[in-house]
Design a protein around this ligand. Structure first.
Ligand code: GDP
Length: 291
């Protein structure tokens, strides 16, 4: 009968699709490990698969986890299983993969090279499984000094530049259609009173990225003044906002990549709380909105 046929078609489609992957990035100490262990401990399912990339000597770990059943999932929004009035047990636990790369600043360029290779891969299966990047920020350290801000903004700049290159190569329409990944800037450690609120993290990152952009642009101009230099313009990040300065909104208008800055904390405040689910809830909702 038709319902059974439809069920089979959708079941097979779902079974053959790779799980969505979210990549954890950010300077060391920003809270990636803390976040991962919170998600893992609350997950109904977890399985680790370490994978060594062929390009570099680094090892990243992919952990399959589930979204708490109470977190809405975009692609399920019309289904009754996503109805928030239903008890948790009646709803499906949606699986996804978190990929973490242990290690520090030294590995940044290797991580970015790998990301670029994966995203621009012609092999569709490989390329399409990354749905988002979670860029972790220690929002308390941003209040401490200009150097931390420079470090965070420089790292984020490099990530955004990789995405821009991939998109300009593939064609902007692929990003507009949502085929390219989204970025969450997780303004972590909001439990500390010294932490900058997310709005302020966003504004500081934007103005620092603007400064970095000016510096690099100048560097490229100087370099191209010499002989045999033929620099691409896509070596500099776009994203001019209304006043000509860099904004995340400007970047979205330019290349279709959406950056959301959302506060939270990856710390278990009270061990009796259900694995401290409150502090990471908004980030899980963001993940759900990508799925
Ligand atoms: P990673 O290097 O990015 O993996 O960072 P970690 O997860 O190891 O966190 C670095 C340190 O910050 C650890 O001591 C964590 O306990 C602490 N930490 C992580 N998230 C939070 C948070 O939201 N609030 C507070 N107060 N501390 C945190």
């Amino acid at each position: 009968s038709l319902p059974i046929l439809l069920h089979l078609i959708f079941y097979r489609k779902a079974a053959s699709q790779p799980l969505s992957t979210f990549v954890l990035l950010g300077p060391s100490g920003s809270g990636k490990t803390a976040f991962l262990s919170l998600v893992e401990s609350a997950s109904l399912l977890k399985s680790k698969t370490p994978s060594t990339t062929t390009h570099t000597s680094q090892t990243s770990t992919s952990t399959t986890v589930t979204l708490p059943p109470s977190v809405p999932v975009f692609s399920n929004r019309y289904r009754s299983v996503n109805d928030p009035s239903l008890p948790d047990a009646k709803r499906n636990a949606v699986k996804y993969i978190l990929r973490d790369t242990p290690g520090h600043g030294k590995l940044r360029s290797a991580q970015l090279t790998q990301l670029q290779a994966e995203l621009s891969s012609k092999n569709k299966k490989e390329a399409s499984s990354i749905r988002g990047i979670l860029f972790f920020v220690d929002a308390a350290s941003l209040a401490e000094g200009a150097e931390n801000l420079r470090d965070y903004a420089g790292y984020l700049y490099d990530i955004l530049l990789v995405l821009q290159k991939v998109i300009l190569t593939k064609g902007k329409s692929s990003a507009k259609a949502g085929a390219i990944i989204r970025i969450l800037v997780a303004a972590n450690k909001q439990d500390l009173f010294t932490a900058l609120p997310p709005g302020s993290v966003k504004q500081k990152l934007e103005s620092e990225i603007d400064r970095i952009r000016q510096t690099r642009q100048k560097g490229l101009l100087d370099a191209s003044a010499g002989p045999e230099h033929d620099e691409d313009e896509d070596e500099v990040l776009g994203g001019d906002g209304a006043g000509g300065a860099f904004t995340f909104q400007g970047l979205e208008d330019d290349i279709g990549v959406k950056v959301d800055v959302i506060g939270g904390f990856a710390k278990v405040e009270n061990e009796k709380d259900d694995a401290g689910a409150t502090g990471i809830r908004k980030w899980e909702e963001w993940i759900g909105s990508c799925l």
